[in-house]
Design a protein around this ligand. Structure first.
Ligand SMILES: [Zn+2]
Length: 260
C-alpha cells in the first residue's frame, strides 16, 4: 500500500522544495498524508474541468503544476471558484500537491526538458547559485538556425501550430535561453549571457519591446503549451516509480486561449 505521503516524498526528492521561488506555495496543499493513494492525476492547473475529471475518475491525489490554493484562504465557501473547488475536492477526499517553481527548476524539470527537447547543448541555469542549481536554462545549438527556423523547432517539440515572435525572422540564432510560463523577468539574464533568442511561455507587451531594443529574439508559444507537456512527463515519471498505482495526466485540460 502507498500513502499520499509516499508519493509526496518522492515528488519532493524529484523537485526539491528548496528550488522553489520565495513567493511560491509548493508542497502538499490539501489532504491527509496518511491516507492511501491508489489513483493519481497530474495536471497543469486545478480548474472546474480537471476537478470534475479527478472526482469522476476517483483520484486520491492531484499533482497540479500550479498551486491551488495559491493565496491565503480566509473563508472556505462556494462563493469563489477556489472555495468551490476546494470544497469539491475535500468532499471527495482528494489531496492536492503542487511542485510549481521547484518543478520548473528541477534537474529533470520543465526548463531542462524544454532546453533538451529543443536540441540545446551545454545546458545551464539562466540564474544560478554556487552549486549550479537555479532557474531557467540556456544552451547553444550545434548548428545555427534562423529565428524562424527556431520557431519551427519550438512548434514541433510542443506540438502547436502557431506561436508569437519578436525579432527579425532571418536573424541567426546560436545561443538560446528558455523559461516556461510567464517568465519575462529572465530577459535581462538572457541578454547578459549573450543569448540571441529566448523561448518564454508568455510575457508582457513592454517586455517584448525591451527584447526588441536589446536585440534578443523572443518566441512565445503560450503559457499552457510551454508547461503542459511536462505534466505528461511527470505522469510517466510517477508511473515508473509507482507501477502499482493508477496514474494519468488529466485528459480534460485545455488551453483557455483559442485563436479566433
Ligand atoms: Zn505556469
Amino acid at each position: 500500500m502507498h500513502t499520499v505521503d509516499n508519493v509526496v516524498a518522492f515528488l519532493e526528492q524529484f523537485a526539491p522544495p528548496e528550488l522553489a521561488e520565495d513567493w511560491d506555495n509548493v508542497g502538499l496543499l490539501v489532504g491527509d498524508r496518511a491516507r492511501e493513494a491508489r489513483r493519481v492525476m497530474t495536471c497543469l492547473t486545478v480548474t472546474p474541468a480537471t476537478t470534475a475529471e479527478a472526482v469522476a475518475e476517483q483520484a486520491d491525489l492531484i499533482v497540479t503544476h500550479h498551486p491551488m490554493p495559491f493565496r491565503p484562504v480566509k473563508r472556505l465557501t462556494a462563493d469563489t471558484t477556489v472555495g468551490r473547488l476546494l470544497l469539491e475536492l475535500t468532499a471527495a477526499r482528494i489531496a492536492v500537491f503542487s511542485p510549481h517553481t521547484a518543478f520548473d527548476s528541477a534537474p529533470e524539470g520543465i526548463n531542462q526538458r524544454l532546453a533538451a527537447g529543443l536540441g540545446l547543448r551545454g545546458i545551464w541555469p539562466l540564474v544560478c547559485d554556487e552549486s549550479g542549481r537555479g532557474a531557467g536554462r540556456w544552451g547553444w545549438l550545434p548548428e545555427p538556425l534562423s529565428l524562424a527556423g527556431m520557431a519551427e523547432r519550438v512548434k514541433a517539440f510542443l506540438a502547436i501550430e502557431r506561436l508569437q515572435m519578436v525579432g527579425d525572422p532571418g536573424r541567426s540564432v546560436r545561443t538560446v535561453a528558455v523559461a516556461c510560463g510567464a517568465a519575462g523577468e529572465f530577459l535581462n539574464a538572457a541578454r547578459d549571457i549573450g543569448c540571441e533568442c529566448m523561448v518564454v511561455g508568455e510575457t508582457q507587451f513592454h517586455t517584448c519591446l525591451e527584447a526588441e531594443a536589446a536585440n534578443v529574439g523572443l518566441l512565445l508559444p503560450g503559457h499552457f503549451a510551454s508547461e503542459r507537456f511536462a505534466v505528461e512527463c511527470l505522469a510517466d515519471v510517477l508511473a515508473e516509480q509507482f507501477p502499482e498505482l493508477g496514474i494519468w495526466a488529466a485528459k480534460n485540460e485545455q488551453d483557455p486561449l483559442r485563436w479566433a
